[in-house]
Design a protein around this ligand. Structure first.
Ligand SMILES: NC(=O)C1=CN([C@@H]2O[C@H](COP(=O)(O)OP(=O)(O)OC[C@H]3O[C@@H](n4cnc5c(N)ncnc54)[C@H](OP(=O)(O)O)[C@@H]3O)[C@@H](O)[C@H]2O)C=CC1
Ligand SMILES: O=C(O)CCCC(=O)O
Length: 486
């Protein structure tokens, strides 16, 4: 292991089931690599259906007492977990940067935002209110209570290896559910480190379980096992649809946080320097590998050239390199497939008439680095208009009128995040309403926070994470009709 951690116990190469650290039944492991250097970081157990089934059984057994625990006691454990995460922020950030590649400053801020989700839901645990309903007859009381759904399965991606666990697990645990997680194979160590701290915080055995290994087998067990009552997934729309189909057979609830194709519209009355700063934050964070990244930057014709020049100058200042260098602002992509996908989209656009003002090729910092890129002259007939880029490529589209920008923005099957910049208050309201998206940044390129509902419409998903809505995803409403006589 090449990491130098203050607390070495955080780096685990075993899965976590029923409070025990375990190898795969077969004893088989697979390597995990640092995307910046290609060096092997360690091994991860290659588990399958049998281990997943046992993790679900553990979660089912733990559910019996966890759901009955007073919510303030569950909240206290979550609060301790949050505090331990903050205490170990630096080690957790080092682990994340090593396995995921993002700059250390971004890893540190992901760890603190993960802690914020846990803190938020520790508080929400105490507020899972029911209601009374005025009855139509004198001899009855009508009411609702909210109860935990039961065992939850969570499948998480590699782009936010800690925050995804916090966003799914803390509301589930706060609600009284127990959880089995499958983290992405590229980034298991952040998830396992969080489990070390959860155990230290006093989370009872079996309440949180992490199974690493074969996606197909683990996913099939999670979706077929009747004990699992809910699946929460973040990842590609293609995989999300397959999982939804499989969940239908046992009628499980699902929360799906899937792909995006975010428009970022710059109107001619916008403050261009301000908009450029926000494009940088939205487009290049995590090397462009977020589902809410600006994917199609649409600029009104009268400010198009000026905006393109300003953006290119700003992109020139980006410092590309390993995330472990303190001055790096853009790290590598996650793997070869990501490089091929991003480069393929750029090649297609260039071959159809787009121009690269900067970048446009892989970068020589290492095998998985892509040069930050600005493309002009991009049009709807290029693949990049339709696909989630998931890389540091900013394609600029030109539009004339507000209605045209809205039509262009909505011309996609995705509906996660959208952004626009304008100083006209009437337009700010009109466009906010017209955009067919779950989240809109009006003069803002950042959206995510523990206090707000994160999620999409159309093929970007179902459900909301965060805010007062997040915990409801893990609660069932029970209606009680109480007869007062007899
Ligand atoms: N909404 C978002 O935040 C994300 C969107 N994406 C989009 O998806 C593209 C591809 O990325 P990729 O990592 O392949 O995304 P995937 O959707 O394939 O992977 C996300 C998670 O789902 C798991 N998974 C995949 N197939 C199954 C299955 N049949 N059963 C159970 N779990 C499964 C993966 O595990 P395993 O890797 O072992 O297959 C991983 O843990 C990206 O370029 C991006 O466009 C990707 C990640 C996050
Ligand atoms: O890409 C995602 O799936 C989540 C984005 C989280 C964030 O914006 O911090």
């Amino acid at each position: 292991m090449s990491l130098s951690l203050r607390d070495k116990s955080l780096f685990r190469q075993q899965a976590f089931i029923g409070g025990l650290w375990l190898d795969a039944d077969s004893g088989r492991n697979v390597p995990v690599y640092n995307p910046a250097t290609g060096a092997e970081l360690g091994q991860m157990p290659w588990m399958g259906a049998a281990e997943t089934r046992r993790a679900i059984e553990c979660a089912e057994q733990a559910l019996v007492s966890w759901k009955k625990m007073l919510s303030k006691d569950r909240a206290a454990i979550l609060r301790r977990w949050c505090n331990l995460i903050l205490e170990h922020q630096e080690d957790l950030a080092q682990i994340m940067t090593a396995e995921q590649g993002k700059p250390l400053s971004e890893s540190r801020s992901e760890i603190s935002s993960s802690a914020s989700y846990i803190e938020w839901f520790a508080e929400e645990a105490k507020r899972t209110y029911g209601e009374t309903i005025p009855a139509g007859k004198k001899d009855q009381q009508l009411l609702t209570i909210r109860q935990p759904i039961g065992v939850v399965a969570a499948i998480t991606p590699w782009n936010f290896p800690a925050q995804m666990i916090a966003r799914k697990c803390s509301p589930a645990l706060a609600a009284g559910c127990t959880v089995v997680i499958k983290p992405a194979p590229q980034t298991p160590y952040s998830a396992l480190a969080l489990a070390v701290l959860a155990q230290m915080a006093g989370l009872p055995d079996g309440v949180l379980n992490i199974v690493t290994g074969k996606a197909g087998e683990i996913g099939d067990e999670m979706t077929a096992n009747p004990a699992v009552r809910k699946l929460s997934f973040t990842g590609s729309t293609v995989v999300g649809k397959v999982l939804m189909e499989k969940c239908a057979l046992t009628v499980k609830q699902v929360s799906m946080e899937l792909g995006g194709n975010a428009p970022f519209i710059v109107f001619d009355d916008a403050n261009l320097d301000f908009a450029v700063r926000h494009v940088l934050a939205s487009k290049f964070r995590n090397s462009g590998q977020t589902c809410v990244c600006a994917n199609r930057i649409m600029v009104q014709s009268s400010v198009y050239d000026e905006f393109a020049t300003k953006l290119t100058s700003a992109v020139r200042e980006i410092k590309i390199g390993p995330g472990s260098n303190e001055n790096t602002t853009l790290g590598p992509l996650i793997d070869d497939r990501a490089i091929d996908k991003v480069d393929g989209l750029v090649r297609d656009a260039l071959s159809k008439g787009a121009k690269a003002l900067i970048g446009g090729t892989p970068h020589n910092a290492g095998a998985l680095f892509y040069a930050p890129t600005v493309l002009t002259g991009v049009t709807q007939n290029m693949q990049v208009f339709h696909k989630e880029i998931f890389g540091p490529v900013a394609p600029l589209y030109l539009f004339e009128k507000e209605e045209e920008a809205i039509d262009l923005a909505n011309a996609t099957r995705y509906g996660l995040a959208a952004y626009f910049f304008s100083r006209d208050v009437g337009r700010v309201w009109r466009v906010s309403e017209a955009l067919e998206y779950g989240m809109v940044g009006a003069n803002s390129g950042t959206l995510s926070s523990e206090a707000t509902p994160f999620g999409g419409i159309k093929e970007s998903g179902i459900g909301r994470e965060g805010g007062k809505y997040g915990i409801q995803e893990f609660l069932e409403i029970k209606y009680i009709n109480m007869g007062l006589e007899g």
